[in-house]
Design a protein around this ligand. Structure first.
Ligand SMILES: N[C@@H](CCC(=O)N[C@@H](CS)C(=O)NCC(=O)O)C(=O)O
Length: 201
């Protein structure tokens, strides 16, 4: 099998895919290609939303977005390894993935506010609205840290979200939610590919 992953080193959603590929043993079959460059970039055919990550299969199919790619990797390898079959474990993993993706969506919107707004002044109410989502999610996670094992779409996504907050510093989660520090350390030590895919690597 061989795949192309449209991605970027700093993208936490692409990081989810790269970690999942390590976990299911497909990382060596994936060639990384950058995100969109220019209006005629094929990514706009591959994913009309123009977002990364997009996984291109050997026969040219485009698979997106990150939850769908993770489900695809699970399906073509050992189904149930990233998304458990048992109903409780399955929906816990999917719920955590949704929570982690929600943190990331809010965190990315904070970054884009700074990147795309015309004025020099940040629009604080919008930033606060997004930070509120991140803080509530982190509070819930700190009160009940996710299981470390097995590695699933859920704990992969939460770890990528914490890693992205470390990288872009939208919220100082280490000071506010210290219960998550040993959780992330333990996950990083146990999960194949976590260290290799750090955004600052
Ligand atoms: N729901 C998507 C979100 C992907 C996403 O927001 N990717 C960012 C980069 S980390 C992106 O491509 N942004 C460009 C844009 O919004 O046009 C996923 O899980 O893959």
């Amino acid at each position: 099998m061989s795949f192309i992953l449209r991605s970027a080193g700093a993208s936490p959603f692409a990081r989810k895919v790269r970690i999942a590929a390590h976990v299911v043993g497909l990382i060596d079959d994936i060639e990384l290609e950058g995100g969109p460059s220019g209006d005629d970039d094929p990514i706009y055919q591959q994913n009309p939303l123009g977002k990364i990550p997009v996984l291109i299969t050997e026969d040219g199919k485009a698979v997106y977005d990150s939850p769908v790619i993770l489900e695809y990797l699970d399906t073509i390898t050992l189904p149930g390894s990233l998304i458990p079959h048992g109903i409780d474990a399955r929906f816990e993993a999917l719920r955590l993935q949704a929570l982690g993706d929600g943190i990331l969506d809010a965190a990315i919107l904070i970054v884009y506010e700074g990147r795309y707004r015309p004025e020099q002044e940040p629009y604080e109410p919008w930033l606060e609205f997004q930070r509120g989502k991140i803080e509530r999610a982190l509070g819930a996670l700190a009160a009940q840290p996710p299981a470390l094992s097995p590695v699933t779409v859920g704990n992969i996504t939460i770890a990528c979200a914490l890693g992205y907050l470390d990288f872009r510093k939208q919220v100082d989660w280490r000071a506010k939610y210290p219960a998550l520090i040993p959780w992330l350390d333990d996950f990083a030590a146990a999960c194949p590919g976590y260290d290799e895919t750090r955004p600052d690597a």
